[in-house]
Design a protein. Structure first.
Length: 231
C-alpha cells in the first residue's frame, strides 16, 4: 500500500552526460546540453507531485572544476544560459519556484555569478516549491565551512546538536530521496550530512535517457518504504 507523503526533499546526481554523448557519436558538450534539457523535463515531472517540495540537483562538483578548460567553459555557458532562462520563465513565475544556486561562488565565472544572482533575486519571494542547484559544490567543503561558522558564533561553548549544525549548512533540511543515474554506486561528496537517512536509488540509465516511467517507479517504491530513521 502506498502511504501519503506530504513533504519530500528529492536530490539528484545526474550522471552520464558525457557517456551518453559518446554513445551517440556527439561531442562531450552536447551531452551536457542534453542533460540540462533533461533537468527541465524532470522539474516538470516534479510539478505533478506537489508532495515534492524541494528538488536539489548536483550540477557541478568541486572536483569537476579540474576538467578540461574547453569543456568547463561550455559548462559555464550552459549554466549561465539556464539560469537566465529560469529567471525569465513564465513557468517559474506561475509555479512560484524559489531558486537557490549554491556552492563555492568564488570559483564561478563572473557572468555565471551574475546570472545566478539574477535568478535568485527574481525568485527570492516565491513560496511554492524550491529548486536548489549545487554549483562547484562538495559536501566536505560545506561541512568544513559549517564548522567554521559554528565556532565563530561561539556555539562550541554549548551542546552541539544536529538541528543546530543543520542551520550552518548550505542545504539546511535533510534529504528523503537520492537518485543517482549513470550506473555508479556512490554519493561522490554529495550532501553527506543531509543524506544520513535518505533512501538511495541507483539507476543504470544515463541521465539524458532517464525516463518518466523510471522516475514514477522510484517514487512509488519510496512511498512504500517504512522509514525507521535508525530506530
Amino acid at each position: 500500500m502506498v502511504k501519503p507523503v506530504q513533504d519530500i526533499h528529492l536530490a539528484i546526481i545526474p550522471d552520464g552526460n558525457r557517456r551518453w554523448a559518446k554513445k551517440h557519436g556527439k561531442p562531450e558538450w552536447y551531452g551536457h546540453v542534453a542533460g540540462a534539457r533533461k533537468l527541465r523535463e524532470v522539474a516538470k515531472w516534479c510539478e505533478k507531485h506537489p508532495e515534492i517540495k524541494t528538488l536539489t540537483v548536483y550540477a557541478l562538483s568541486t572536483e569537476n572544476l579540474q576538467r578540461d578548460g574547453g569543456e568547463l567553459s561550455r559548462l559555464w555557458n550552459i549554466y549561465r544560459d539556464h539560469f537566465r532562462e529560469i529567471a525569465n520563465s513564465p513557468e517559474t513565475r506561475k509555479r512560484k519556484v524559489r531558486v537557490n544556486i549554491i556552492g563555492n561562488s568564488a570559483t564561478w565565472r563572473p557572468d555565471v555569478r551574475e546570472a545566478a544572482r539574477e535568478v535568485m533575486r527574481a525568485t527570492r519571494h516565491y513560496t511554492g516549491s524550491v529548486l536548489n542547484i549545487l554549483l562547484a559544490y562538495g559536501s566536505q567543503y560545506e561541512i568544513v565551512n559549517a564548522v567554521k561558522k559554528v565556532v565563530k558564533a561561539g556555539v562550541s561553548k554549548l551542546p552541539l546538536v544536529p538541528e543546530l549544525f543543520n542551520k550552518a549548512l548550505m542545504i539546511t533540511r535533510p534529504v528523503d530521496i537520492i537518485i543517482r543515474t549513470g550506473g555508479e554506486h556512490r554519493l561522490s561528496n554529495f550532501l553527506l550530512f543531509q543524506a544520513a537517512y535518505a533512501e538511495i536509488y541507483f539507476s543504470n540509465t544515463l541521465w539524458p535517457d532517464f525516463s518518466r516511467a523510471e522516475f514514477e517507479r522510484i517514487l512509488r517504491d519510496y512511498k512504500k518504504t517504512n522509514r525507521r530513521f535508525g530506530r
